[in-house]
Structures are given as structure tokens and as C-alpha cells.
Design a protein around this ligand. Structure first.
Ligand SMILES: Nc1ncnc2c1ncn2[C@@H]1O[C@H](COP(=O)(O)OP(=O)(O)OP(=O)(O)O)[C@@H](O)[C@H]1O
Ligand SMILES: [Mg+2]
Length: 115
């Protein structure tokens, strides 16, 4: 059993933003996979969907109001990922994204925890 000290409402908001994005912007035919584990001294929470984010958009995805020109119809203000990354950083953690070929798109929140 591990404790993950955090502001649980903010971390819930981070997860909610990522899941909402996977549902709204991912391939509607594909699954959304959520995974949480303690790995190598880190709490690691990831949300994965099918569908890719263009490489030029990836570079500034975590900036406020950042939306690819060819965004999905469900595109909102473009604040969700900025807020999620700020929540990650304010906990001393980080939010990363990998979007490649057949793997689809995975957002990963990583937070160091005490053993
Ligand atoms: N899981 C994902 N799969 C594919 N594209 C994504 C995914 N998450 C985000 N995107 C792309 O990145 C853009 C920015 O996401 P972000 O959550 O910051 O804003 P939003 O979802 O458009 O609006 P908001 O979250 O403010 O309602 C999205 O508009 C979408 O184009
Ligand atoms: Mg969003």
C-alpha cells in the first residue's frame, strides 16, 4: 500500500481533463486506456487513446489556448492541457505526451513519491 500525498481534487481534475480529451479528440473507434501504478519511486498515471497529434502541435500543446489548426470539432478553449500541466508542476511532477504511429497518443503524469 502506497500513499501518494497530493491535492486529490486537483489530481482528479488533471485526470478528468486527460480522459475528456481522449474521448473528445481521440479516435472514436478505439479504446481509452487509463493506468496508474507506483514505478521506481514515482506515481505514474497515464491515459492513452488512438489517434495522433501533429508533430508541430506537440511542441506547444501545454501552452494556454493551444489548439492545432486542424482540431477536432469538439475543440474547446485549449486550456485543459495547460491546467493539467500546471497541476503536475505544482506537485513537483510533470506531464508528458508521446504521440506516434500505431501506438496512438499517451499522456503521462509522473510524480516522485517517498518510499
Ligand atoms: N488525447 C488526445 N488525442 C488527440 N488530440 C488531443 C488529445 N488531447 C488533446 N488533443 C489536441 O490538443 C488540443 C488542446 O487540448 P486542450 O485540452 O488543451 O484543449 P481543448 O480540449 O481543445 O479545450 P478545453 O480542454 O479547454 O476544453 C485539443 O484541441 C486537441 O486538438
Ligand atoms: Mg481538453
Amino acid at each position: 500500500m502506497h500513499n501518494v500525498p497530493c491535492d486529490r481534487e486537483r489530481v482528479a481534475q488533471l485526470l478528468s481533463n486527460l480522459v475528456a480529451n481522449a474521448v473528445a479528440h481521440g479516435d472514436p473507434q478505439g479504446p481509452v486506456e487509463v493506468n496508474a501504478q507506483i514505478n521506481d519511486g514515482h506515481f505514474v498515471l497515464s491515459v492513452k487513446n488512438q489517434g495522433l497529434i501533429a508533430e508541430d502541435a506537440l511542441a506547444h500543446l501545454f501552452r494556454p489556448y493551444s489548439r492545432p489548426a486542424s482540431g477536432t470539432p469538439q475543440t474547446g478553449l485549449g486550456l485543459g492541457l495547460y491546467i493539467a500541466s500546471q497541476i503536475a508542476q505544482s506537485h513537483g511532477g510533470k506531464l508528458d505526451v508521446v504521440s506516434t504511429g500505431p501506438q496512438g497518443t499517451t499522456f503521462t503524469f509522473s510524480l516522485p513519491v517517498q518510499a
